[in-house]
Design a protein around this ligand. Structure first.
Ligand code: GAF
Length: 388
């Protein structure tokens, strides 16, 4: 039984009615361009086939009833009170609802949620949840929210309900995803283009370290603060500067290196990561996959040694696959401190690569290694509309 059908059944048995809508918002991968989004830089994500499903119906009163299939948990509040509850999943759903309510009037609703994204794997389950919620409310109550509104509300929810000052990459990818396409996104003005994700003789393999990262941990916000300190130092002399995007390595050397070495190191990474992204787009366009793979390795070791957001398990996996000829490139993906590596692997060799790694990985870390295969898919959409 598909997850959408299972969710529909659970919704019906929980709320004794048929949902009005079932919505899906996907998780994402990111080819290259990490920790650049909140620096007004460039990213290259793609939506995947796994995601979050929401079934929803309007109520005649102003009550809100939520049910999470994966945890078998229930939470109730009202549109006026809008308390968030203690769980992350209720905070995300009701945090997004609160932001929607600031600008649009809402009635009560019943909502059930389920997902097939591994949690904490760096595949943006939280962005999928907030975007699914916002899109569901927008469709159900016929609000005039645009796709950009939905992505921005998802991002604000993360900032306000959970305290992670994330960029917009995850939400944007979840909303704007397109089958078989990466999204080359400029995080300053949100202009973007789709770049074909055909890797000819190669495929993408995700390896989940099963180290649960916590984006909510202060480390993410601290990295952002380091970048902001670097910008502030350069701005003292060059007023026109707004973000790392506007800063050259020479300016960093001149104004940050000796004043704030920590900020210097982090800012340098971001500037160079943007450059690697441009090189990667070119490599993709010329079907130069070995060069793309090499850029992924470079990004990984810079994320590990300079940006300091990797962990032993991620470093181990990237070092090991670099000795396997079927692998062109690999790196940690997402915020870091755990989650997945993204690997570019010769077609049909993914299983072999995983088999080569899994026993030693288990022996070394006492953790399972899990392969995740993903297809690049469409963004947030209606799976079923029961009102038509
Ligand atoms: C997380 C954040 F949510 C994104 O905004 C982005 O900064 C990413 O980490 C790192 O590139 O997924």
């Amino acid at each position: 039984m598909s997850l959408a059908i299972e969710l529909q059944h659970t919704f019906t048995s929980t709320f004794q009615e048929t949902p009005h809508l079932i919505i899906k918002s996907p998780g994402r991968i990111n080819l290259i361009g990490e920790h650049t989004d909140y620096n007004e830089g460039f990213v290259m994500p793609a939506a995947i086939d796994k995601g979050v499903y929401i079934a929803i119906s309007k109520r005649k009163d102003n009550q809100i009833h939520l049910h999470a299939l994966d945890y078998d948990e229930h939470y109730s509040t009202t549109v006026d009170l809008l308390t968030f509850g203690d769980n992350l999943w209720t905070k995300y759903i009701l945090g997004a609802t609160r932001i929607v309510k600031e600008r649009e009037s809402l009635g009560g609703f019943n909502l059930a949620v389920a997902g097939d994204l591994p949690l904490g794997a760096g595949l943006s389950s939280s962005a999928a949840l907030t975007c699914a919620t916002t899109f569901a409310l927008s469709t159900l109550f016929e609000l005039a929210l645009t796709q950009i509104d939905i992505a921005r509300i998802g991002q604000r929810t993360e900032h306000e309900a959970v305290g992670v000052r994330c960029g917009i990459m995850d939400q944007f990818a979840s909303v704007f995803g397109k089958e078989n396409s990466f999204i080359r996104l400029d995080c300053r003005d949100l202009s973007f283009e789709y770049v074909g994700a055909d890797l000819s003789d190669y495929e993408i393999l995700l390896l989940n370290t099963n180290v649960k990262h916590s984006l909510a941990s202060s480390a993410y916000n601290k990295r952002r603060e380091s970048c902001e300190r670097a910008v502030a130092l350069v701005k003292e002399k060059y007023e026109e500067v707004h973000s790392l995007r506007d800063i050259s390595l020479a300016q960093l050397d001149e104004l940050v290196k000796h004043v704030d070495p920590e900020a210097y190191q982090k800012a340098k990474f971001v500037i160079q990561e943007n450059q690697r992204l441009f090189a990667a787009v070119e490599a993709l366009q010329h079907n130069n996959l070995p060069s793309l793979g090499e850029l992924l390795y470079q990004t990984h070791w810079a994320l590990s040694k300079e940006y300091e957001v990797s962990c032993e398990e991620l470093d181990y996996l990237v070092a090991e696959v670099s000795r396997i000829p079927a692998v062109l490139g690999a790196r940690m993906m997402g915020g870091g401190f755990g989650g997945c590596t993204i690997n570019i692997v010769k077609k049909d060799k993914s299983h072999e690569v995983f088999e080569q790694l899994k026993d030693d990985y288990f022996k070394k870390f006492n953790l399972e290694l899990t392969p995740i295969s993903v297809a690049i898919s469409e963004g947030t959409h209606i799976v079923k509309d029961f009102t038509t």
